[in-house]
Design a protein around this ligand. Structure first.
Ligand code: ZN
Length: 374
């Protein structure tokens, strides 16, 4: 949920800051170790752990069209919309209908129908088509102690569909403060209940939480890092993917970020935590210079089973647009070992989501609500 297609002053400012940060980094030669190869087994280039079928006004790509866009390039993908709906407030923007959260001062609100919409779209597909998708539950308010009841209700209403929850968001620059009602927090026991329930069912969790606030003081500890670490430590039985490696739009030098992530990867208390490298802003940051590619590739090569590729595209209209981020990562794919490249592009996704599917189907078998066949 990090799409910024339209020009915005924040985006421009972030780009300027990033450009400045990378001017400070030296350029080292890139050592090309491998090229991505289509898997002999499937023939696909990658799987996509992070794709939004719909946008902030719940409009998007038809599911059959999306399968065509995945085509022969993307083997499997998660399936979710965006849980937040941008309100069209006539008092605010009059006849102008906002489609993006930066286009109006009106609030965003949780649109729970997204889960039913996703489930029905998935169910309209053939078994072979369904096998390529892993639907996720997103339409809950993570600040609500009742959120787990929503997740349970969705699983029992649409058994055989979902593999995980997310992407849902706790802290996100320019978004969190626009959400109607109580602001989500890493300290809220409602979130602990969600992660606890995800462990009980075996749902894969995809969480967006900016590690830091925009324009933080250089050298200071990222504002939400210790809270996030404490949360992750409290839920060792939950499989958690931290979206965008915790990066926001306004980020710090890649060296510092890589060191922060590596400290977590080394720590066995975080062995249940994974990172997705989705979002064109993250890709831009990683491939900015030969030095940033080298630092990132070194990290990924050392921990190849802990990172997953994703696009973070929103309602893609064609394959070229959909694979933009994959192509953007070309320098990274070249710098990875064959093993790391395969795992990050495909293997880790298959391992985590195959397990997620098995877990959730087993839970559903025990907790079936009965009644109508499905
Ligand atoms: Zn996100």
């Amino acid at each position: 949920m990090a799409k910024h297609r339209t020009w915005s002053p924040q985006r421009w400012f972030a780009s300027v800051l990033l450009a400045g940060a990378f001017c400070l980094l030296g350029a080292l030669p890139l050592c090309a170790q491998s090229r991505p190869t289509a898997s002999a087994k499937t023939g696909y280039e990658c799987n996509d752990v992070h794709i939004h079928l719909t946008n902030y006004i719940q409009e998007g790509t038809d599911i059959r069209e999306f399968l065509k866009i995945m085509g022969t390039k993307v083997g499997r993908a998660t399936l979710f919309g965006i849980p937040l709906q941008q309100e069209w407030s006539y008092q605010n923007s009059g006849d102008f209908a906002p489609t993006y959260y930066l286009q109006t001062d009106a609030p965003l609100y949780y649109y729970s129908f997204t889960d039913a919409y996703i489930a029905m779209a998935y169910r309209s597909l053939s078994k072979n088509e369904q096998a390529r998708l892993d639907p996720m539950i997103t339409g809950f308010n993570p600040a609500d102690m009742y959120a787990t009841d929503h997740i349970r209700r969705v699983l029992q209403t649409f058994p055989g569909v979902f593999s995980g929850i997310g992407e849902f968001t706790i802290h996100k620059e320019f978004v969190s403060s626009k959400v109607a009602g109580e602001t989500a927090s890493l300290l809220n026991p409602a979130l602990d209940r969600i992660l606890e329930f995800a462990a009980e069912v075996g749902l894969v969790v995809l969480i967006h939480n900016d590690m830091d606030v925009p324009f933080a003081k250089p050298g200071s500890e990222p504002v939400y890092l210790s809270q996030m670490k404490a949360l992750l430590k409290r839920h060792p039985r939950t499989t958690i993917i931290w979206a965008h490696t915790g990066m926001g739009r306004v980020v710090r030098p890649v060296k510092n970020h890589a060191a922060t992530i590596e400290a977590m990867l080394k720590d066995p208390q975080f062995s249940h935590v994974y990172f997705d490298i989705s979002w064109d802003e993250v890709a831009k940051y990683i491939v900015a210079t030969p030095e940033s590619v080298r630092i990132s590739a070194d990290l990924f090569n050392r921990y190849p089973d802990r990172f997953l590729f994703g696009t973070d595209e929103v309602a893609p209209r064609n394959q070229e647009q959909y694979l933009r981020v994959y192509e953007q990562y070309a320098p990274l794919w070249k710098a990875l070992t064959q093993e790391a490249s395969e795992q990050i592009r495909k293997g880790n996704y298959e391992r985590l989501f195959d397990q997620g599917r098995r877990n959730v189907r087993a839970w559903e078998a025990v907790h079936a609500r009965g009644g109508r066949p499905h």
